[in-house]
Design a protein around this ligand. Structure first.
Ligand SMILES: [Zn+2]
Length: 310
């Protein structure tokens, strides 16, 4: 029902987005940045300067005749940065499981395992929003991803529901309206952790800021949905899923305007069998490897590397 509506909405967004290619988005962004950002102008000058420097260097004996000069502006593409966000921590235990397990420990242990698996491929850089059992406010998590210019943000949770019979994993993207009451309740619980301090788009004109933000938002939403679908596809055959596992709600931690962001509920602490499974390292490794597979597919089809903020 609502999920069908969501799929229709998604298709609609994809149709619009088909015409609004990333190239066009980048062009628009670059033009805007050139008009309004002195820092970009400075960067442009730097590239020109670098090219000049390079051409001077090519005349030196250090370069052989058939070796193309290195253009600094096109230096080796950096690895995509994935920010993993283990939910809760420190004074905030998150949900407390049927037999007393803290969600914060499950989310952290799984994030560390996922980080290990992703880093081992040599294809990604990975950072965690917290590297120990400490409290990080929600806006701090968003800011962390912004400051590090993340290409992808994955928040990891295992919350509780009032109905302890509900079990299985689910994946969430941001929406002002929740896909169902359960998702609304989850988002509301999560959001109580802290107040939101939003990301910045550094342009001077409010009109331009609005246009730019909506373009970037559209692209970010499309990519978040793609990533969420990938994860559901990967988790499905290996981990039990909720009915309609691709959901959306107003999670504060997903509110980055320019970074595709998703939240994975790996299961529910309120369910006895989910809790028991999540306590096992082997099960967490399966979840991590499923998410890793989804990340691989996401970047194989050209995941976002669009950064518009300073
Ligand atoms: Zn949580």
């Amino acid at each position: 029902m609502d999920e069908n509506k969501t799929e229709l909405e998604n298709k609609h967004i994809e149709t619009i987005d088909f015409q609004l290619s990333r190239r066009m988005l980048l062009f628009t962004s670059a033009s805007t940045a050139l008009l309004f950002s002195s820092s970009v102008l400075a960067a442009e000058k730097k590239i020109v300067h670098s090219k000049h420097t390079t051409s001077v260097r090519t005349s030196s004996k250090k370069h052989t005749k058939d070796k193309a000069p290195a253009i600094i502006g096109r230096a080796k593409k950096p690895l995509p940065l994935i920010v993993l966000d283990p939910g809760h921590g420190g004074k905030d235990p998150g949900a407390i499981g049927y037999s007393g397990t803290y969600e914060k420990h499950i989310s952290y242990a799984t994030a560390v395992e996922l980080s290990r698996q992703l880093t081992r491929t040599g294809r990604y850089k990975v950072k965690l929003t917290r590297d120990s059992d400490r409290f990080v406010p929600l806006d701090g998590r968003v800011d962390f991803a912004q400051k590090n210019k993340a290409d992808l943000f994955i928040s990891m949770h295992a919350d509780a529901l009032s109905n302890s019979s509900i079990k299985g994993a689910s994946v969430y993207t941001l929406s002002n309206t929740a896909s169902d009451a359960q998702s609304a309740a989850l988002a509301s619980t999560e959001n109580q952790a802290d107040r939101y301090g939003g990301p910045n788009v550094h342009v001077t004109s409010p009109a331009v800021q609005k246009i730019l933000a909506s373009l970037v938002k559209l692209e970010t939403k499309r990519e978040s949905i793609t990533m969420a679908q990938n994860i559901v596809r990967s988790l499905g055959p290996r981990v039990g899923l909720l009915p309609n596992p691709r959901r959306h709600a107003a999670f504060v931690v997903l509110k980055s305007v320019n970074i595709p962001s998703i939240l994975v509920e790996m299961g529910f602490m309120s369910n006895r069998s989910d809790e028991a499974a999540l306590r096992r390292a082997g099960y967490r490794a399966v979840i991590a490897s499923s998410i890793k597979g989804a990340v691989d597919r996401y970047f194989a089809i050209g995941g976002s590397v669009t950064h518009l903020t300073g």
